[in-house]
Design a binder for this molecule. Sequence first.
Ligand SMILES: O=C[C@H](O)[C@H](O)[C@H](O)COP(=O)(O)O
Length: 237
Amino acid sequence: MSGPDLRRAAAARALDLVEPGMKLGLGTGSTAAAFVTLLGARVRDGLDVVGVPTSEATRAQAEAEGIRLATLDEIPQLDLTIDGADEVDGQLRLIKGGGAALLREKIVAFASTRMVVIADAAKRVGTLGAFPLPIEVNPFGRTATRIAVEAAIARAGCTGEVRLRLAPDGAPLVTDGGHHILDAHLGAIHDPEALSAALWAVPGVVEHGLFLGLATAAILAEDRAGQAHVTVLGRID
Ligand SMILES: O=C[C@H](O)[C@H](O)[C@H](O)COP(=O)(O)O
């Protein structure tokens, strides 16, 4: 069973949570895209929902699917956000931002009553940090910010290298919000709360990819004897 099949299985389970009239946060990435595709089919069958996209990429996809969209200024409180993740641990703590959408994703998740993560079960980890932690920074003073970020990481008891994320053309990647991304290759984050607080103390850090206390459930899909098997962590109702 391929990755796309597993992503679709997790997305299909999440679609069961959607009810008519819901205000939805629409995540970013390949798994969230699978959900938007399935949601689009339901909308064309008559389901009435409104979505707030977490990236320009998701906005374009959702528009093409015919999903009614709004901004968080028009709808500041959402019922449910469905989004992917790069890592999820047993306490539903996440690393997100592999697709550089972490800032809007976190704003939308924070504005949602429920955030349900959908992912290939391979994203489940015992300890966060094998996936490089994305840290979104203002381009102004980026080198000074990077040095301060490295010091904050050390203060939080982590070690590793911090690298500027580049776009395919070799220039610094620019997020939807006009910022840059530093990827912290840490290996293991034993105290995510301490690292989050340390990063927040650095001026120039706009957001980081640790999502702590935001996800209410995770739907994880894995291959069992050629069939997609879905496991739910947390409360799905
Ligand atoms: O910035 C991107 C997001 O946080 C994605 O949700 C995350 O990278 C997971 O993406 P995918 O479902 O493609 O693995």
